[in-house]
Design a protein around this ligand. Structure first.
Ligand code: CA
Length: 306
């Protein structure tokens, strides 16, 4: 299954994002493009961007080849440990060219937890970088909640939830009740492009995986979100610049009733140690001003947990 297969024209629009402010200053963008651009694309804790306009020559790559620029690489991130550096441009994943972010995310999805051989341009020089035992996204779909085999529902809540914006329909706590309903869930309104859920784990925990389940309510089954964490003893607020980027999850709706997506650390490793986990969600289509995902459940797995 091509989990990033984008069928609808409206979704293609979404798939072309993010539009990067600064790198494409000469390009006209719609308000929705700008809104979507506010969500960082994060891989192994590093923030990624597509190249536009003058950035190609600045990074030493041709416009035809394109590539994914690694823009922010926190010192304690998995990306740093794997040998990635700021201003690296990733051009190939296991021999496949990745001129744009959707192609890069699709290539990662195909490889899953397997080894990655990257072609990288660093300081205008091409080089190879091998990445093994890395965090990855697992996606599973099912017709019934009990059909999930790889990503079964949690049996107990990992923490308590709040949201940054009013949610509609179901109560927020239905996201931590271990059940999947056939409905909207605690959904952000149409056109709300900056919705975020935040879970307080109660104490700093070594996090092994972060998962979310959604229902295909109309076209609201797809998931597009970026995960952040914080070790703060107090609620860290909602300013993403003060939080630790963990990773981006992007699925397609597919034909199934339920979709589960999980960002998972490599065996024996963690995604980091956090008290707070933030799901910064993006619009998943352009219907009615842009619809948000019908999330049904959110979960964090801790190291040592079965
Ligand atoms: Ca639920």
């Amino acid at each position: 299954m091509d989990q990033f297969g984008v069928q609808k024209e409206s979704l293609k629009t979404i798939a072309r994002t993010p539009v990067i402010p600064g790198l494409n200053a000469n390009q006209k963008t719609s308000s929705q493009d700008k809104a979507l651009a506010a969500t960082d694309i994060v891989w192994l804790g590093a923030t990624l961007e597509e190249l536009y306009g003058d950035a190609f020559s600045a990074f030493g790559v041709s416009k035809d080849d394109g590539g994914i620029a690694v823009m922010k690489v926190p010192a304690n991130s998995e990306a740093t440990r794997m040998g990635l550096q700021e201003k690296d441009v990733i051009q190939k994943v296991n021999g496949e060219t990745v001129p744009k972010l959707p192609a890069f995310l699709r290539a990662l999805a195909r490889v899953g937890p397997g080894s990655l051989q990257l072609k990288v341009v660093r300081g205008q020089q091409a080089m190879e970088l091998r990445i093994e035992h890395h965090a990855y996204v697992r996606v599973e779909t099912a017709g019934e909640a009990s059909d999930f085999k790889q990503l079964p529902l949690p049996t107990a809540p990992s923490g308590t939830l709040i949201a940054n914006t009013k949610t509609n329909n179901d109560p927020l706590q239905s996201l931590v009740d271990g059940k999947l309903a056939s409905g909207y869930g605690p959904v952000f309104g149409n056109g709300v492009y900056h919705g975020a859920y935040k879970m307080d784990l109660g104490e700093v925990q070594r996090v092994k995986a972060i998962s979310s389940w959604s229902f295909k309510q109309g076209q609201r089954g797809a998931q597009s979100l970026t995960l952040y964490g914080s070790r703060s003893t107090k609620d860290p607020g909602w300013n993403l610049k003060t939080l630790t980027p963990i990773g981006t999850v992007d699925t397609a709706a597919g034909g199934s009733t339920y979709t589960a997506a999980s960002l998972r650390a490599a065996t024996g490793q963690t995604l980091g140690a956090f008290r707070w986990i933030i799901w910064r969600v993006s619009l998943v289509n352009a219907i009615g001003g842009g619809e948000n995902t019908a999330f049904q459940e959110l979960d964090v797995e801790f190291a040592g947990e079965n």
